[in-house]
Design a protein around this ligand. Structure first.
Ligand code: FES
Length: 108
């Protein structure tokens, strides 16, 4: 398993971009935290396929519950990656399995 972040380094709530590798291929992920819940999604918006962060690398969070794609404003729930508004038309983010062990968030 690949370590992605230290749990205590993740603010609550947060959505950050993490670059890693899986099977020799580069993988851009969004790592989110909401309370005790840590989730990961592919950093590819289902609307038009863009990564979700702004030019400065940050991902906008609204109302402590949603992350917002910087391209056209689609919003997704932090914990499930479900479409919550905007042009995603009901399509959510693709979840990637992670687990927290010994204070580390690990890619499964
Ligand atoms: S690519 Fe994300 S809202 Fe269009």
């Amino acid at each position: 398993m690949t370590p992605l972040a230290r749990l205590d380094a993740l603010p609550d709530p947060c959505a950050i971009v993490v670059e890693t590798e899986q099977g020799g291929a580069r993988l851009s992920l969004i790592l989110t935290r909401s309370g005790d819940r840590v989730s990961a999604f592919r950093n590819k918006c289902p609307h038009a396929g863009y990564p979700l962060q702004r030019a400065d690398g940050r991902i906008v969070i609204q109302e402590n519950r949603y992350l917002v794609c910087s391209a056209h404003g689609a919003s997704f729930t932090l914990t499930e990656g479900a479409c919550a508004g905007g042009p995603c038309n009901g399509d959510g983010l693709e979840r990637v399995a992670v687990e927290v062990r010994d204070g580390l968030v690990l890619l499964r």
